[in-house]
Design a protein around this ligand. Structure first.
Ligand code: NAD
Ligand code: UDP
Length: 338
């Protein structure tokens, strides 16, 4: 029996992916320094799945701590989520972002190499498509031209891992470019728990609905889209989690670098999301139109063809499911994990 190491497994996407991996029969070890998450998420993964998950509260930029994990466990594959992810913060603290997001991948890959572990699934982002205008984005769309340090760290990590494969073709690297993960596990036990004021649309929306925030700012109603608001590809976090199960299987089977978009392939405007949320939850969402947010593109959505053909994976859940599940999590955990 071998283990899958999930770095950042106590975080939003990591916790849902651990549930999906455990339910698919994999054995999971989590390494997370809890810098942006709480141990309670790990307890809830255990309670949803009834599975024992080993947890290490380690900083994965530290090779000595990683060594302990690789010495104790027969790791066959790593799913690497750990890192910093706030775009605005990355503009204010670029060195912290480059340090954590690059050093984590470098330390991890060095320790993996020492232990002969050559399979890794990496969390990248649609943000690597930068301000390239032509949607839908396919994996062959141009990357680079990134608009902030966070996005550059994703782009550079893709390069680092591709170079590792070039140096040793026995490695298997699966790079997943996520679009906009939202929603929560249907149990309402795990979900997104941002620190402070949410940056993203869904957590802001649910915090307005629960009465923690007064009104939703809509960043721009003058985009060249159907109703003037920005269009994004929202994907249910459990669909995304199941995409990782397919990616791990692919990673264990193949060699080389494979890159996949994980999105729904559908674009929804901010107004469409608000209306879907109001319908799914029977709550009214007060909003105010604000100027555009710097760095935002008008529309971003995925071509999902490659993931469907090669990972045999497609998102199944609807925008209504995303709203219902995000709301169930928020309503049953108004203060998040505490
Ligand atoms: P998250 O912040 O909820 O999870 C990341 C986890 O990594 C946290 O639990 C944090 O404590 C941990 N971590 C951070 N630095 C660490 C370190 N040095 N050592 C050990 N653990 C560390 O974020 P998320 O939304 O679950 O995102 C997971 C991954 O997916 C990230 O790499 C993120 O950049 C990427 N991603 C997220 C989105 C999104 O919209 N949420 C979109 C595209 C890509
Ligand atoms: N958005 C908004 N109000 C908010 C947060 C986001 O109008 O409080 C808009 C944003 O301009 C974009 C869409 O909602 O058009 C999705 O934004 P999010 O930050 O969730 O994702 P990203 O822009 O990073 O893809």
């Amino acid at each position: 029996m071998f283990d899958i190491l999930v770095t950042g497994g106590a975080g939003y996407i990591g916790s849902h992916t651990c549930v999906a991996l455990l339910e698919a029969g994999f054995s999971v070890v989590i390494a997370d320094d809890l810098s942006n998450s709480k141990f309670e998420a790990v307890s809830r993964i255990r309670s949803i799945t009834g599975n024992k998950v080993t947890f290490y509260p380690y900083d994965i930029t530290d090779e000595i701590e990683l060594e302990r994990i690789f010495t104790r466990h027969a790791i066959r594959c790593v799913v690497h989520f750990a890192g910093k992810k706030a775009v605005g913060e990355s503009v204010e603290m670029p060195l912290e972002y480059y340090r954590t997001n690059l050093l984590s991948t470098i330390s991890l890959s060095r320790v993996m190499k020492r232990h002969g572990v050559k399979n890794i699934v990496f969390s990248s982002s649609a943000t690597v498509y930068g301000n390239s205008k032509k949607v839908p984005y396919s994996e062959k769309s141009p990357t680079g031209n990134c608009t902030n340090p966070y996005a550059w760290t994703k782009w550079m990590n893709e390069q680092i891992l591709s170079d590792v494969v070039r140096s040793d073709p026995d490695w298997s690297v699966v790079i997943l470019r996520y679009f906009n993960p939202v929603g929560a596990h249907t149990s309402g036990k795990i979900g997104e728990d941002p620190l402070g004021l949410p940056n993203n649309l869904f957590p802001y929306l649910t915090q307005v609905a629960v009465g923690k925030l007064e009104q939703l700012p809509i960043y721009g109603s003058d985009y060249p889209t159907k109703d003037g608001t920005g269009i994004r590809d929202y994907i249910h976090v459990m669909d995304l989690a199941e995409g990782h199960v397919s990616a791990v299987r692919k990673c264990l089977r193949d060699f080389g670098v494979q890159i996949y978009n994980l999105g729904s392939g559908k674009g929804h405007s901010v107004f469409e999301v608000i209306h879907a949320f109001e319908e799914a939850t029977a709550r009214k969402i007060p909003y105010v139109i604000c100027p555009r947010r710097e760095g935002d593109v008008s529309a971003s959505y995925a071509s999902t063809k490659k993931a469907a053909e090669e990972l045999h994976w497609k998102s199944r859940r609807t925008l209504a499911d995303m709203c219902t599940d995000a709301w169930r999590w928020q309503e049953s955990n108004p203060q998040g994990y505490c």
